[in-house]
Ligand binder design. Structure first.
Ligand SMILES: NC(=O)c1ccc[n+]([C@@H]2O[C@H](COP(=O)([O-])OP(=O)(O)OC[C@H]3O[C@@H](n4cnc5c(N)ncnc54)[C@H](OP(=O)(O)O)[C@@H]3O)[C@@H](O)[C@H]2O)c1
Length: 202
């Protein structure tokens, strides 16, 4: 399976670093083009490949690591999202009042699913500050938890398998508007699972 990360900022880099640490090939893209990613990919190593956003969109699993308002622009960069897995790492903590009102109380991941029509959206890798994601001290047998939520059981399981390969302990929460709600910012307030840096023992 081909993996790509769109967004090379704090959270995109943290996820790319997890791929790199585990020597799993991944593409990374940003708004300014692959030529601006040379120093980052040099730092991350040979398993992380700079690409254009259009190329990155051809991956089967795309991690969306852009500011929430930019997701619509990314969605328009590709014509057919059918069947692809889109991992929504975005939070809506920084939205303006107007942008929050536009959400109209709908979960942000549902707005993302609408924009990426046909894609199987999995919410996840969004619950920690980038500097904490994947950076817990290595203590024997302990793995950092990542929470995943999706309306598509198979997509959730597929992302969980990747999370395991990346060294995390995935916890699948079920549907977006059921178990997944605490993984969202709702009404401007972080859900109960945001900022919880938990580990699985053994
Ligand atoms: N930072 C955290 O600790 C953290 C934690 C959890 C979740 N998140 C979520 O992760 C997302 C990214 O946050 P961040 O802190 O990583 O932001 P960031 O450091 O500002 O990076 C944003 C990245 O998105 C890219 N981008 C913006 N618009 C784009 C577009 N239309 N097409 C392609 N790439 C585009 C930017 O490209 P350029 O580099 O070319 O400008 C940049 O690489 C946000 O939704 C945030 O809520 C962040």
């Amino acid at each position: 399976m081909k993996y790509a990360i769109i967004g090379s900022g704090k959270i995109g880099t943290a996820i790319a670093r997890a791929f790199s640490r585990n020597n799993i090939e991944v593409a990374i893209a940003n708004s300014r083009g692959p030529e601006t990613l040379a120093s980052l990919t040099k730092d991350l190593g040979s398993s992380v490949h700079p690409q254009s956003v259009q190329e990155a969109c051809t991956a089967e699993m795309v991690f969306l690591a852009v500011p929430f308002p930019a997701h619509k622009d990314v969605a328009k960069m590709f014509s057919n999202w059918n069947g692809k897995i889109v991992v929504d790492t975005m939070n809506t903590l920084d939205l303006s009042l107007k942008q929050r009102e536009e959400l109209g109380g709908i979960l942000s991941s549902k707005v993302v699913a609408k924009a990426f029509s046909g894609a199987r959206v999995v919410k996840g890798f969004n619950h920690l500050p980038a500097e904490q994601l994947g950076t817990n001290p290595s203590i024997q047998g302990q793995r950092q938890t990542v929470f995943l939520s999706s309306n598509d059981v198979d997509a959730s399981a597929t992302v969980a398998a990747v999370a395991t390969q990346l060294g995390f302990a995935p916890v699948e929460l079920g549907k977006l508007s059921e178990g997944g709600t605490p993984l969202h910012v709702v009404g401007g307030k972080p859900g109960g699972l945001l900022f919880q840096n938990l580990v699985k023992l053994g």
